[in-house]
Design a protein around this ligand. Structure first.
Ligand code: GLN
Length: 488
C-alpha cells in the first residue's frame, strides 16, 4: 500500500478497499520504524482524529479526491496543535495558534497530517545538516545528505513514509532535495502558493510546493494548495486552474532549451550522463533539443547570497526572545536579553546570514551590494524571457541538471559554507526570476564511496506554465520508471 501513488491511494479509499484510519496507521508504523530522522513531530492521536473525520466524510459521500490521503508538512508551515520549529532551537517548543494557509487548504480537502518534517534551520541550507535537531539521512544511502532545505520532505516520500509532503523553495529547496532523493517536486510561479503561515526566510523568493512520487500527484496537490490569499500581500489573483489538465498532451514538436551554462565545468560526469540520457528520451517522445544560453547563470550565486540574507536579516529580527520562541535564562538588561536569546537560539548558518544581510543593507554598502544585486536579478530574469517568451522565443521549456553532483556525504561540506552555496548554481536563477521549476528522477550516479545515489532532471518553464511542466514530466514518467524505483 505504501508503494502506491497518491492517485492510486485515493482510488483505494474511494472504493473502500482501505480506510483513512488504516492508511494513516500503516504510515505511522513505517515512520516509527524508520531511523532517517525525517520527522520532527509525530502525534498518533492528532493524526488518527483527522483520519476519523476523513472516514466519515468518505462514508457520507462528502469526500474529494484527496480526502483520507496522508500528507506530512515541512516544519516551516505552522500547524495548530503540532509543534512548529523551522528546524531551530529558537522555536524548539513553539506551537502556533493558527494553521498556515497551505495546511488549512489540505485540511479542508480532508488530507490527514502524518507529522512535521525536518529541514534546515529557517530553510537555510542545501543538505539538511543545519537543522538543530540533527540531519535527515538520505534513504538511498544513509551516509549521504538528503539535500536541503526540504530534506525531511524528500526523504519521507523517497522512503515511502508519506505519499506526499509539503516543501518550500527559496533558492532550490524543493527541487534539490527531490533530485538528491529521487522523488518529484515542483516549485510553482512565485505568488501561486500562499506564504501566510510559512515561516519567512527571504520573502521575495520563498514559495511553497509539493513533493510526491509522480508529476500527476504533484498536479493534484497543486490544485489544492494554490489560490489567492488576502493574508499574503504577494499572493496572485488568478482564476483557479486544473494543473492536471494537459498531462496527456503529446510532446511532438516540443522545443526543449538546453542552456550551455548548465553543462560546463563543475558538472559531475555521472549527473551529466543521466541528464543527457533523459534528454534523448525526450527526443524519442518527439521533442527537439535547442541549445540556448543563459549568460548570467554564474552571477546567480553572488546575487542570491546577497538578496536572501538581506531579507532574512530583516525577517528574523522578530525572533527577539520577547514575542516568539527561545529566551535566555539569565540576562542583565533588555539588550542583553536580546543578545543572549538570539545567540543561543540561532545556529551558525543563520547567524552568518543575519550578519551578511545586515552588512549588505547597511549605509555605505547598500548601493554597492544590495542595489547592485537587485539590478542583476532583473538581468537574470531577462535571460529566461529571451529564451522562453516573445516573438523570437527559442524554446517551450528549459531542461538541465538540478544539482551539479549526486548527494554528497554527511559532514563533507559542513565546514565550508561556500561549497554549500556553489551546489545551488542550477536552481537559484529560477527562484530569482520567480519562474516555476521542477525536478524529476532520471537516473543514478555513484556516490563517492560507490553508493547508488539518484539524479534529478530540472524542468523550467515560463510564468504560469506549471501545467505544461507537469505534462512534460508526466510523459517522461509514462515512458520510464525512474520515479518508481525505491531505496532498499
Ligand atoms: N540552498 C539555498 C540556501 O541555502 C536554498 C535554500 C532554500 O531554497 N530554502 O539558501
Amino acid at each position: 500500500m505504501h508503494k502506491l501513488t497518491l492517485k492510486e491511494l485515493s482510488a483505494q479509499l474511494q472504493a473502500r478497499k482501505i480506510s483513512a484510519t488504516e492508511l494513516a496507521t500503516l504510515f505511522l508504523d513505517r515512520i516509527d520504524a524508520s531511523d532517517l530522522n525525517a520527522f520532527l513531530h509525530v502525534d498518533r492521536e492528532l493524526t488518527l482524529a483527522q483520519a476519523k473525520v476523513a472516514d466519515s466524510r468518505l462514508s457520507d459521500n462528502n469526500a474529494g479526491q484527496l480526502t483520507g490521503v496522508p500528507i506530512a508538512h515541512k516544519d516551516i508551515f505552522v500547524t495548530r496543535g503540532w509543534r512548529t520549529t523551522a528546524g531551530s532551537r529558537m522555536l524548539d517548543n513553539y506551537v502556533s495558534p493558527f494553521d498556515a494557509t497551505v495546511v488549512e487548504q489540505f485540511n479542508a480537502a480532508g488530507m490527514v497530517t502524518l507529522g512535521k518534517l525536518n529541514c534546515d534551520e529557517f530553510a537555510m541550507g542545501s543538505g539538511n545538516e543545519n537543522s538543530y535537531f540533527g540531519p535527515t539521512l538520505n534513504p538511498w544511502d544513509k551516509r549521504a545528505v538528503p539535500g536541503g532545505s526540504s530534506g525531511g520532505s524528500a526523504a519521507a516520500v523517497a522512503a515511502r513514509l508519506a505519499p506526499a509532503a509539503t516543501a518550500t523553495d527559496t533558492g532550490g529547496s524543493i527541487r534539490q532535495p527531490a533530485s538528491l532523493c529521487g522523488v518529484t517536486g515542483i516549485k510553482p510561479t512565485y505568488g501561486s502558493v500562499s506564504r501566510y503561515g510559512m515561516i519567512a526566510f527571504a520573502s521575495s523568493l520563498d514559495q511553497g510546493g509539493p513533493i510526491a512520487k509522480t508529476a500527476e500527484d504533484c498536479g493534484l496537490l497543486l490544485n489544492a494548495m494554490t489560490g489567492f490569499d488576502e493574508r499574503d500581500s504577494t499572493s496572485l489573483q488568478r482564476p483557479k486552474e486544473d494543473f492536471t489538465r494537459s498531462l496527456n498532451d503529446s510532446l511532438q514538436g516540443l522545443r526543449i532549451g538546453v542552456p550551455k551554462e548548465f553543462f560546463g565545468a563543475g558538472l559531475a560526469a555521472d549527473v551529466e550522463a543521466a541528464v543527457r540520457a533523459a534528454l534523448s528520451e525526450f527526443e524519442k517522445l518527439g521533442a527537439k533539443l535547442v541549445e540556448i544560453s543563459l549568460p548570467k547563470t554564474e552571477l546567480s550565486i553572488p546575487v542570491y547570497y546577497v538578496i536572501a540574507p538581506a531579507e532574512a536579516s530583516s525577517n528574523l529580527s522578530r525572533f527577539d526572545g520577547v514575542r516568539y520562541g527561545h529566551r535566555a535564562a539569565d540576562y542583565g538588561n533588555l539588550d542583553d536579553m536580546y543578545r543572549k536569546s538570539r545567540a543561543e537560539g540561532f545556529g551558525e548558518e543563520v547567524k552568518r546570514r543575519i550578519l551578511v544581510g545586515s552588512y549588505v543593507l547597511s549605509h555605505g554598502y547598500y548601493d554597492a551590494y544590495y542595489l547592485q544585486a537587485q539590478k542583476i536579478r532583473r538581468l537574470i530574469a531577462q535571460d529566461f524571457q529571451n529564451a522562453l517568451a516573445g516573438a523570437n522565443r527559442q524554446c517551450d521549456v528549459i531542461m538541465g541538471p538540478v544539482s551539479p553532483t549526486v548527494a554528497w556525504d554527511l559532514g563533507d561540506k559542513t565546514n565550508d559554507p561556500v561549497a554549500n552555496y556553489l551546489a545551488d548554481i542550477f536552481t537559484l536563477s529560477t527562484s530569482l526570476a520567480g519562474l516555476p521549476g521542477m525536478s524529476i528522477p532520471c537516473g543514478f550516479g555513484q556516490g563517492e564511496k560507490n553508493g547508488k545515489r539518484p539524479v534529478g532532471l530540472q524542468i523550467i518553464g515560463n510564468y504560469f506554465d506549471e501545467a505544461r511542466l507537469l505534462n512534460v514530466a508526466h510523459q517522461f514518467q509514462q515512458a520510464t520508471d525512474w520515479h518508481l524505483r525505491e531505496p532498499a
